[in-house]
Ligand binder design. Structure first.
Ligand SMILES: *Cc1c(COP(=O)(O)O)cnc(C)c1O
Length: 223
């Protein structure tokens, strides 16, 4: 039997330690990434007090959110969104989309949102480490695109940015990718950015040190 309560408390303690070391006034949100977990496991973590969960496939999010409908959970979509899945995603009414990765997706999303008279909290995904296999806007264009989307697509409520740390064991390179992301976030603060979603099980303390206020943890919570 997995001890989710211990996992959660350990993770919170580590988040708090990292947070207090850099900024005691910053609040860091914890999203439990449940993509490899069953609804029973999500329920168990809910019973330990966790409310925010993240999924990276629309079908999984759809299925799990329906099965757990009776619980007051906050669902985050963190995966690569294909435009043919937009309708399904909007029906689920997620709390936030973390992964707006292209202008064409933004256009498509705006079309559907305005048709249904809905809005969606959204983060712009930045490919800060410039990796070929990752989606997201390149750091050089991120600020311009952020402005462009917030001006032209009124139903997309941009709340900040999201990034995945560089895929390497080299801490220096990971830190550099986080710093790149933070510099972009900093420039977006005057136009209302509030969320900097970065940090996963292997690198969240470093991400918090670099300015993250929202970590997405899967492995260390559900192991
Ligand atoms: C899977 C995933 C996570 C969680 O990763 P862990 O290493 O298991 O903590 C976070 N963010 C995204 C976008 C993911 O796909």
């Amino acid at each position: 039997m997995m001890d989710f309560n211990t996992n959660l408390l350990d993770a919170i303690e580590r988040i708090e330690k990292a947070r207090i070391a850099v900024d005691r006034h910053r609040i860091v949100r914890l999203i439990a990434v449940s993509k490899y977990s069953t609804t029973e496991q999500i329920q168990a973590l809910y019973q330990c007090g966790q409310r925010a969960f993240g999924e990276n496939k629309v079908q999984d999010l759809n299925q799990k959110s329906q099965l757990l409908e009776s619980l007051p959970l906050e669902w985050h979509f963190i995966g690569t969104l294909q435009s043919n899945k937009i309708n399904m995603l909007l029906k689920i009414k997620p709390f936030m989309l973390h992964s707006l990765h292209s202008l064409s997706l933004a256009e498509e999303l705006q079309k559907r949102l305005s048709k249904e008279n809905k809005t969606l909290r959204t983060l712009l995904q930045i490919n800060s480490a410039k990796e070929n296999n990752k989606s997201g806007f390149m750091p050089e264009v991120a600020i311009e695109k952020y402005h462009q989307i917030s001006q032209n697509f009124p139903n997309i409520k941009l709340c900040g940015i999201m990034s995945i740390g560089a895929h390497t064991q080299d801490t220096k390179i990971i830190q550099k990718s986080f710093e790149t992301t933070y510099k972009i976030y900093e420039k977006l603060l005057p136009i209302g950015a509030q969320t900097l979603s970065m940090g996963m099980s292997g690198d969240f303390e470093l991400a918090i040190k670099c300015g993250s206020n929202c970590v997405r943890l899967g492995t260390i919570l559900f192991r």
